[in-house]
Design a protein around this ligand. Structure first.
Ligand code: PGA
Length: 252
């Protein structure tokens, strides 16, 4: 058994207004009291971060953001900085989600700068990587993962990356109901861990948590978590309902 504490993270995307978010967070707190040996995080929209930060204060559920601006402050309309996220009570930031890459055209270079801002602020980055269906069909999965990790983590050293988390999210499995088979997921996770070892050494490769994301739900989480290189899940749709998400969290 490895020493990595599993992390189950919920990405609420652009769902829930403030009162819906507050209600879900409160119910989730009730449903997960006493859960041990699993780290839990939820990432609501920016609009409800402060409110949810107060609800989660002094609890075991951590707050995450879905995005960040790499700049410290300034005339950047519509953006949010690391210090703003910290002041709302955030400890995690999702960076480079495939929806950010595909819909909002974030590049590996943007993502690299965002990771830098997250680390400099003492926040925990969750770097998302994953191939599209056509890239998988073309046999390019590992090539894509290699490139996303190489460029996303350009100019970093193992010492900066102690808190880094990587989420492997095959784009074709996000919100589609299609899940990668356990073997497909494990194969990519193993590849990512080996890549981290080659690039940053054995110690980081052994300690880094690699989450799986893409249609994770109560019915498949247990099998997924049985894979040796899978250390948790980034959950979209199934994190929106507190009861369903608590079942994912209590997969053991
Ligand atoms: P999903 O989303 O669980 O709805 O597939 C996962 C994600 O986008 O992180």
């Amino acid at each position: 058994m490895n020493q990595r504490t599993p992390l189950i993270a919920g990405n609420w995307k652009m769902y829930k207004d403030c009162s819906q978010a507050a209600e879900t967070a409160k119910t989730l707190l009730e449903l997960t009291t006493g859960v041990k040996d699993v780290d839990i995080m939820i990432a609501p929209s920016f609009a409800s971060l402060y409110l949810i930060g107060n609800i989660l204060k002094n609890s075991d559920i951590k707050l995450g953001a879905q995005n960040i601006c790499h700049r410290k402050e300034g005339a950047f309309t519509g953006e949010i900085s690391a210090s703003m996220l910290l002041s709302c009570g955030c400890s995690y930031v999702i960076v480079g989600h495939s929806e950010r890459r595909e819909i909002f055209k974030e590049t590996d270079d943007n993502i690299n700068k965002k990771i830098n801002a997250v680390i400099n602020a003492g926040l925990i980055p969750i770097l998302c990587v994953g191939e599209t269906e056509s890239q998988r069909d073309a046999g390019d999965t590992f090539k894509i993962l290699d490139k996303q990790i190489e460029s996303g983590l350009k100019d970093f050293f193992a010492d900066n990356l102690k808190n880094l988390i990587i989420a492997y999210e095959p784009v074709w499995a996000i919100g589609t109901g299609k899940t990668a088979t356990d073997e497909q997921a494990q194969e990519s996770h193993k590849f990512i861990r080996e890549k981290i070892e080659k690039r940053f050494g054995k110690s980081l490769a052994e300690s880094i948590r690699i989450l799986y994301g893409g249609s994770v739900k109560p019915a498949n989480i247990k099998q997924i978590m049985n894979m040796p290189d899978i250390d948790g899940a980034l959950v979209g749709g199934a994190s929106l309902d507190a009861k369903t998400f608590s079942e994912v969290i209590k997969y053991k």
